[in-house]
Structure formats: C-alpha cells, structure tokens
Design a protein around this ligand. Structure first.
Ligand SMILES: [Zn+2]
Length: 320
C-alpha cells in the first residue's frame, strides 16, 4: 500500500471517535457526540462532519481508506448496518453509500470483529496465527481469527461467544435463551450478582466506592475494589472468569485454538479474572487440547476502537 494513512472511525453509543492512523500509531484524534437517540440521518451527519474535519487537516490523497466500527449487525459486503440495538429508529441503514462521496474505499464491521482485527494487526495477536478475541461489556462479543484471517461463518454471524449456553436451565439472557455466557458475564448481570451478594459482605469496599448508591456499581468499581483486595470484588471476578471459561473451553474443544485474548471493561483488573478464565478452561476442556492454553489481556485498551476500525482497511486491502 503506497498511501500511508488510514482513517479509523469508532462509532459508540455516546461518542464517535475519529483517528488518523499511521503504522500502529494514532497521529491525531477527534471526538463528536453520536446523537444515537435521534435518528440514523443525524448519526451519519456526525460521521460526515468528523471526516470533513479530518480532511481539513490532512490531504485526502494520503489515505488508503476509511474503516468504521459499529455496535450493531453489519452487512459487511454491502456496507449496510442492518440493526443497532442502542440506536433509535435504526433499520437497514446504508452507511457506506452515504459516505462514498469522499472517494475512498470504506469498510464497515461490527465492533467485536474490529476488536479482533485490531489485536491481530496492532496488538497482542501480532505474533499469533490463531486466536479468539473476547470483548466484555454490556454484551459479551467475540471474533475468531484463523490463519490470521477473521472467520465470519456462512452468514457473517460467527463469534457470538456471549450466546454459548453454559447451562440450558440457567438464567434468562437478553437474547431470549437461557444460560448464555452473557447472562453471567455481561455488565448488568455482573452488577445484579454483586448487589445480590452485598448482604454477605456488608463491609465491602464496593459500597464505599459507590457511596452506597447501588446503581453506580460497574466493572470499573469492581476492578478498583478487587485490586485493593476486596473479598467480594475478587469473588465476583473469579466467578465471572469461571463462567466465561466454560464457554471458552467449548470453543477450545471445537477449534483447538490455544490463545484467547480478553478485552473490555472488566478485563482491566488483570490477573484475577484472566487466571480464573484459564483455570476454568483447563477444568472444562479436553485435557490434551487445553493443557497449554493461554489467556492474554488485550493490548489496545482505549485505542482499540480506532485501531480496530483502521485494521478493517488493512485486512480488506491486503486480501485484494
Ligand atoms: Zn444469549
């Protein structure tokens, strides 16, 4: 690729981040509000405004393409965002078509796939041939990398790790099924379990950190408390890791993949969660397959959105 710059756009529920990426660095970055609660037209207007602001500073001719990560279901081939649960009035929106006026190749994918590709090109996956990326947040998402390519499956839906059932009679998941990994490891479920257990730990640091306002319990608070040795927070992280590990053991058994990269909110606590995921994979997987399993933390952290979006351009242009 002769042109050295890539524009990576990370569309989030509250803000859209735009970053000019060169090699593995973000040269400059801007952020605009998404207005996701209004309508698709308004959101796309924000995307256009950001692109124009970037091209006021940089020459369009220096860019090889634009990559867009979107939190929804994406028809990658046609550049259409089919649905986006946290965006108002969103149904089959032609994102790429709206932006073709800029004259650059545009690639769109969902944020979990972007996270996997971002780690592949810029992060922990640079040296790996095969790995599975798990993103923890409101939902539990994933991306499967095989032979350094994203595996999309027959209809583009591969990597729905959050909806692997680990107990067919378990708690109800938002998807309508029972006992999904997400129903144990999604943010709101972790919060519920924490609140439920607080009466056993009345002196938990978690209560102090949220000033006794239970609504404020979120992954960061649990991480902070765990890092300070809070027993409830550590218990919650270990349990969460145990549940995630059962799901990942099933993937390991199926694909014989040895490396799992974990990113997103609650993974920032580090070894407590990662070790319990690893132990659980070893406990639940086929011995010969999982004996050397490695559970790694994602490397890109707060750059994951922009670099992940930018990696779409790399993966698509390299394939051609
Ligand atoms: Zn589910």
């Amino acid at each position: 690729m002769k042109k050295k710059l890539i524009l990576g756009i990370d569309v989030g529920g509250t803000s859209i981040k735009f970053g000019v990426v060169k090699d593995n660095r973000i040269l400059s970055e801007i952020s605009l509000p998404t207005f996701a609660y209004e309508n698709p037209k308004r959101v796309l207007k924000q995307v256009e405004t950001g692109i124009i602001q970037i091209f006021n500073k940089y020459s369009l001719n220096d860019f090889s393409g634009i990559g867009i990560g979107f939190p929804g279901v994406v028809d990658v081939e046609n550049g259409i965002v089919t649905s986006a649960p946290n965006f108002a009035n969103w149904k089959k929106v032609e994102v790429r078509k709206t932006l073709t006026k800029f004259g650059l190749p545009i690639f769109i994918d969902n944020d979990a796939n972007c996270a996997a590709l971002g780690e592949l090109y810029f992060g922990r996956g640079r040296e790996l041939t095969n790995f599975v990326m798990v993103t923890l947040g409101t939902g539990v998402g994933g991306g499967i990398i095989i032979n350094r390519k994203l595996f999309r499956g027959e209809s583009g839906g591969a990597g729905e790790i959050g909806h692997i059932t680990i107990d067919y009679s378990g708690p109800l998941c938002k998807c309508g099924k029972k006992g999904c990994v997400e129903a144990y490891a999604g943010n709101s479920y972790i919060k519920q379990r924490t609140i439920h257990k607080l009466h056993e730990y009345p002196d938990s640091l978690i209560l102090k950190l949220v000033e006794h306002d239970l609504e404020k319990i979120e992954p960061k608070v649990i991480n902070d408390a765990a890092l300070k040795g809070d027993q409830l927070a550590i218990k919650i992280l270990r349990e969460t890791g145990f549940y995630i590990g059962i799901g990942l053991a099933n993937i390991a058994n199926t694909l014989d993949i040895k490396h799992f990269i974990i990113g997103g909110g609650i993974s920032n606590a580090g070894p407590i969660l990662l070790n319990s995921i690893k132990n659980s994979i070893k406990e639940h997987g086929v011995k010969n397959i999982v004996k050397n399993v490695k559970v790694l933390s994602a490397q890109l952290k707060n750059k994951a959105g922009i670099l992940g979006a930018a990696s779409l351009v790399l993966s698509n242009l390299r394939m051609k």
